[in-house]
Design a protein around this ligand. Sequence first.
Ligand code: GLN
Length: 248
Amino acid sequence: MDTTNPQAGDAPVIDLLQLYPRDMNIYGDWGNVLTLRKRLQLRGFEVRLHEYNPGDEFPDQVDLIVGGGGQDSGQNKIQTDLLALGGRLKELAGDGVPMLVICGLYQLYGNFFKTHTGDIIKGIGLLNVDTVAGPSRLIGNTVVESSEFGTVIGYENHSGQTFLKEGVQPLGTVTKGEGNNGQDGTEGARYRNVVASYLHGSLLPKNPAVADFLIRGAVLRRYGSFEDTPLEIPYETEARLTAAARPR
Ligand code: GLN
């Protein structure tokens, strides 16, 4: 189908789900949803935005999932609900649904997060990663080199140190900042169409290559083809250049 020039009223639809916006949405993570919606709309798609909080009904049709970071307390609040939803999310990820999870949700997509008080917040194990709080928070502007996305720019603020296990690739290598754990130079994780990262800021307005990867995956999965109209958005370029020039 022609997804670039739809007639009014019959625009192709993408169902975008934001996971736990009430408890997991800090340091500008909401901007990821706005970026995906805008870039989809500019390409002629209608975007149905679903917000999923604990206890809500999970929609039948989901093409793209985004989730943000949160305080340890926010992670505690969603833990039970997330564990119940884990099977569904794994199924969707296995079926190629693109997902972006930042910081606190990245940790809970993994096996567990052991907080600085020694509590274990269990994760869903969609990503084979373990997270343990370190002695000090890892905070600051961050630059990552990724073979898939080029230079990725963002801001990190986390106590958890995440270690990648078998079967999970990093998103990239840090050239400024600490990334997953401040020790092995890796940042984030990649599995199927899942992108996990510590980078807030928001991530996507400054990193359109990542946004378009998620969009392409969602459109291809739902419609079978994707016309990759390049989008030049001046304030995205400005945000990217400004962020890249910031000191740590
Ligand atoms: N609470 C987690 C930590 O401190 C996640 C923080 C975040 O999402 N920014 O590691």
